[in-house]
Design a protein around this ligand. Structure first.
Ligand SMILES: Nc1ncnc2c1ncn2[C@@H]1O[C@H](COP(=O)(O)OP(=O)(O)OP(=O)(O)O)[C@@H](O)[C@H]1O
Ligand SMILES: [Mg+2]
Length: 388
């Protein structure tokens, strides 16, 4: 986007106030008013005589991604309308008669948010690898199962992609158990050696699993987010930045969404996978988290909802869940307690311990979709990474 102006479109705005809106928008540098239908950065919509219809239109815009953000305005506002607006993901409500200063302030806030996002994107473009962070909408929904098996599947793809798996679960990092790995360096130890940090050093201490995956576990006792001093956070950020320049794919087990570290992970991720299960708390939490992602300015297309443990007996259909969370569910992973539990307890990933099951096939499909890779039948090729 660079220095291009951000586009603003008015929809359904009554002629009483339309000229005033146009004048205010034109007075803000960096905004361009467009009157075409189609994609725009900001859509200002007036709730008119038929609010139901207008709210249906808002859902339509949210689903289609026609506008990055929506501001609402109305001549008369009641609390019901405000609650509905908030629930539908609308960021600002502009009361009428218009107060120029307040509206300019809202527009500047919108511009600032966009600018910050552009900066983040520009810095991530100069680097090589793709980062996928897997978060759980709740504890125990299968976040680690998906992160570990997604990463091991990617490492088996043709062309030997280099894949790293980082355990950023600050409460119960158990990735090494899933892969039966012992005494591996964790990211706090790596971060403490930051003065020595370069690709060669990292590749020397990061342990390689038999699947080809490089694993960086979480420290054993972290407690919670508050134990992460600002200094340590900066160092860990450096480790992750370096990792994405060396690996084709960095898969992160993000655990639960907790504080600053999670926000940072969302910011650096090419895709965020939000794992949920077909239970009411799982679905409601997913909805809340998607709203929070929206507030952070994270593009809806970069968050993928994964329905884990789904089967016909779940009591709720994928379509019903889609309606509640107002978002597509790209993948649903079958319920297979036996295979997943056996994989965890033996420390052998699903591709090896249960290769022909539906769950494994689905995870391979998911990994292929994310990385555009294809499974390699005989994985004998050597790569730069095998030297380490
Ligand atoms: N698709 C599935 N079908 C059936 N059981 C599953 C599935 N995925 C995970 N599980 C089971 O759910 C339990 C929790 O899995 P896992 O440790 O991966 O979840 P988690 O979200 O990482 O948990 P935590 O919040 O403790 O980090 C395990 O017993 C596992 O066997
Ligand atoms: Mg876990």
């Amino acid at each position: 986007m660079g220095n291009e102006a951000l586009t603003v479109r008015l929809e359904n705005v009554n002629f009483r106030v339309k000229e005033e809106f146009i004048e205010i928008i034109r007075s803000v540098k960096g905004l361009e008013l467009v009157d075409l239908t189609g994609r725009c950065n900001l859509l200002i919509l007036e709730i008119g005589r038929d609010p139901e219809k207008d709210f249906r239109r808002i859902s339509e815009i949210q689903a289609s991604g026609e506008a990055d953000e929506i501001f609402l305005t109305a001549l008369q506002v009641d609390s019901n309308m405000l609650i509905k607006a908030l629930r539908s993901g609308v960021k600002e409500f502009i009361p009428q008669p218009l107060k120029k200063d307040e509206m300019v302030e809202s527009l500047l806030k919108f511009l600032q948010k966009k600018l910050e996002k552009e900066k983040r994107e520009a810095s991530s473009k100069s680097v090589k690898g793709k980062v996928f962070t897997v978060f759980g909408a709740k504890g125990g929904v299968g976040t680690s199962t998906i992160a570990v098996n997604l990463a091991t599947a990617m490492a088996q793809f043709k062309g030997n992609p280099s894949v790293a798996l980082v355990d950023m679960n600050l409460l119960s990092g158990d990735v090494p158990l899933f892969l039966n790995m012992k005494s591996v360096f964790n990211w706090v130890e790596v971060a403490r050696n930051i003065s020595r940090l370069d690709a060669t050093y990292l590749m020397t201490i990061i342990q390689k699993h038999a699947s080809g995956l490089h694993v960086l576990p979480a420290p054993v006792i972290m407690g919670d987010d508050t134990c992460m001093s600002p200094d340590l956070i900066t160092k860990v950020e450096k480790v992750l930045e370096l990792m994405r320049t060396i690996f084709d794919f960095v898969v992160i087990d993000g655990g639960l969404l907790l504080g600053y570290v999670s926000t940072y992970l969302i910011g650096i991720s090419d895709k965020v996978l939000l794992v949920t299960i077909p239970s009411l708390p799982g679905i409601i939490n997913t909805r809340k988290l998607l709203d929070a992602f929206h507030d952070l300015g994270y593009p809806p297309g970069d968050t993928i909802v994964v329905m884990n443990r789904y089967n016909q007996k779940s009591g709720i259909s994928i379509d019903e869940v889609r309606k509640i969370i107002k978002r597509d569910i790209r993948w649903s992973i079958p319920n297979d307690y036996k295979s997943t539990m056996n994989a965890i307890n033996t420390g052998v990933h699903l591709l090896k311990s249960a290769p022909n099951t539906d769950i494994t096939k689905k995870i391979i499909e998911m990994a292929a979709d994310l990385s555009k890779g294809e499974l390699c039948k005989d994985k004998e090729k050597k790569s730069f990474f095998d030297r380490f």
